[in-house]
Design a protein around this ligand. Sequence first.
Ligand code: FES
Length: 165
Amino acid sequence: MHADTASRLDADILEFMDACLQKEHPKSYLIAVLHKIQQRYGYLCQSHMDQVAQHMQIPTAIISGVSTFYHFFRLQPRGKYSISICLGTACFVKGADKVLDAFRTELGIELGETTPDGLFSLESSRCLGVCALAPVVTINDKVYSKVNAKQVPELINTVKTEERV
Ligand code: FES
């Protein structure tokens, strides 16, 4: 579900918000509500945030602030290929930041964004438990080990070539 236009939140999410409203500090459940929405739809679209604002009586500005402050919230749909750079300590020490910069430059997007053609989105992750392979990049379910910044254009081209086949 990628349309940003007037897609109604599912009934169980509305019920979850109702349950939160019965609790002592309903607004403190905002992050839990946003998590649920992102789990269901893959990202937080404006229409859904507006519905949360209305349903929970929370100003839209606060919801926008929360969703942009926490980098685990996505404000755009995921690309067909989700590129995730591990920024855990071992990967960072071995140059994951430079790998990330190379992806940013090559794709022209920032973390959490998706390319205009909907092909790639860029994310970061914490330690994947394979530190011996640092720096680690995943593209969807595929794991790439010991990646360096110079390999990034080639990696992207490989995916684009597979896409065309
Ligand atoms: S820090 Fe990246 S896999 Fe452990």
